[in-house]
Design a protein around this ligand. Structure first.
Ligand code: PHE
Length: 485
């Protein structure tokens, strides 16, 4: 229908100036006309030019008044011709919004006298608003004043109308020839008899159903790149199961510490204990817990080997750092910069911001004579590479670091300071039993991977990001969000 009309019209006329008017004249649906135009254009039967116009369409409220009359007229008609009606009575007769708007408009128009009693001030009124709305609904031109007043009352909104002007194209013919579009076996065998559709190099093609990287993986890669640029080596983190010894004891975390409770930590049933620990070192750790040494008073309690042997799911990647530092201490000293990004587990109540497992990012530098100033300098360098240059530090407590500092950053988007990590200098009670030289200091910090990822991707429920309820669509659609420069 539309195709015949367009090709037929162009046979006798130079052009279709406006596909909208054309559709109205020939009583065709404009959407259908547009589809045909696109298809004919694809085969170059026609040349086209876009037309964009601003038109007005009725809002839901506007449509209601176009059908039922404006609120002011509805209100006027509800007031008796003679005498008056009480305001309460009038209110009962009308919908609440019609009453409210009707009162103010009919009052403004001086159609009614508004008091406790309401009465008419004029004999007849004309529903201009309804008339104007109908005119717009029918696609007729309206004057500026009515457009402005309807717009102010939110009864109409602008809409961009898109159409085309159309001329004959290089392949124009009054009737469309059937062309072959696919390179099938049959089409290739009959190629001499067939005409093939021209190849469209501009066509978008079918969207690819490819794999998509999870947001956490993308952000992890960025963190990894930053560490590598700063000269850090990655620690091996492939052991989710760890002994309490490396997770807690080696970190000078006393055996009565609440984090070592099964309410906070997942302990393993099978195998419930570790097989081997370095005995000499265990002895030194026991001593520093019980009686101190290296300038420390220790905790003064009975340190139990069975407690240290218990297997658990590591609660922080600092367990890996303690293994690595111990290994480092067994050889002639060389300074090191280490990092890791991997999973840790905590026995937590799950809510919008907590899961029982998450990822920790951890960095440490081990060298002679490091100071708190070095730690602050490294943190400023590290976080500025993430685009966070406004930092604040708050004194904090960790059993294994002294001093310890929580790290806060000013988040421009959220307009407030947010906690982004934890840091500190490992205690001598931790480093000296390992056998590291006395002047070696270790500065370290840790943060979660989930938190910056949620901020970057605007996700407010961690369960949408990770776990069995993860939103697969989000993974498909998520863009590359760059942190830093
Ligand atoms: N292990 C700490 C982070 C941390 C790492 C290194 C030094 C200080 C703190 C945590 O779980 O929050």
């Amino acid at each position: 229908m539309a195709e015949e009309a367009i090709l037929g019209f162009l046979q006798n006329n130079e052009q279709i100036t406006d596909s909208g008017q054309f559709s109205a004249e020939f009583n065709l649906d404009h959407n259908e006309v547009v589809n045909v135009i696109k298809s004919l254009h694809g085969f170059r039967y026609i040349d086209v030019q876009d037309i964009k116009k601003e038109t007005w369409v009725l809002t839901d409220e506007g449509k209601k008044y176009a059908a039922e009359g404006s609120p002011e007229v509805q209100l006027f008609l509800a007031v008796p011709e003679e005498g008056s009606i009480s305001k309460d009575e009038l209110q009962k007769k009308l919908a609440p919004s019609v009453f409210k708007i009707g009162c103010s408009q009919a009052g403004k128009n001086k159609w009614v006298e508004m008091g406790k009693q309401v009465s008419r001030k004029v004999k007849h009124v004309e529903d201009k608003v309804k008339g104007q709305l109908l005119q717009i609904q029918e696609g007729k031109e309206s004057d500026k004043d009515s457009i402005n007043s309807l717009k102010a009352r939110k009864l109409i909104v602008p809409q961009i109308w898109k159409g085309y002007s159309v001329k004959k194209g290089p392949n124009y013919a009054p009737e469309r020839k059937k062309v072959a579009t696919d390179l099938t076996r049959e089409n290739l065998q009959n190629w001499k008899e067939l005409e093939f559709k021209e190849y469209n190099f501009e066509a978008k093609g079918a969207p690819l159903e490819a794999g998509h990287l999870h947001a956490l993986l993308k952000v992890r890669k960025q963190f990894k790149d930053i560490f590598v640029q700063m000269g850090f080596e990655e620690m091996p983190t492939n052991n989710f199961v760890e002994s309490s010894f490396w997770n807690f004891d080696a970190l000078f975390q006393p055996q009565q510490h609440p984090a070592r409770d099964s309410h906070d930590t997942f302990f393993l049933k099978v195998p419930s204990t570790t097989r081997t620990l370095p005995e000499d070192y265990v002895e030194k750790v026991k001593r520093v817990h019980e009686t101190g040494g290296y300038g420390s008073r220790g905790y003064n309690y009975d340190w139990k080997r069975e407690e240290a042997n218990k297997n658990l799911l590591r609660t922080h990647t600092t367990a890996v750092s303690s293994r690595m530092l111990y290994a480092l201490a067994q050889k002639p000293f060389v300074p090191k910069k280490y990092f890791s990004i991997d999973r840790v587990f905590r026995n937590e109540a799950v809510d919008r911001t907590h899961l029982a497992e998450f990822h920790q990012i951890e960095g440490l530098i081990c060298d002679r004579g490091l100071t708190l100033g070095d730690l602050i300098g490294v943190l400023k360098d590290f976080f500025s590479r993430l685009g966070m240059s406004k930092l604040r530090f708050k004194p904090a407590y960790n059993p294994y670091t002294e001093p310890s500092m929580e790290i806060f950053s000013y988040h421009e988007g959220l307009g407030k300071w947010v906690e982004i990590g934890n840091s500190g200098m490992f205690r001598p009670e931790m480093l000296l039993p390992m056998g590291l030289p006395e002047d070696v200091r270790v500065i370290a910090w840790g943060l979660s991977l989930e938190r910056p990822t949620m901020i970057l991707y605007g996700i407010d429920n961690i369960r949408d990001l990770f776990g069995h309820k993860v939103d697969l669509d989000l993974i498909k659609r998520n863009p590359i969000c760059r942190i830093g420069i």
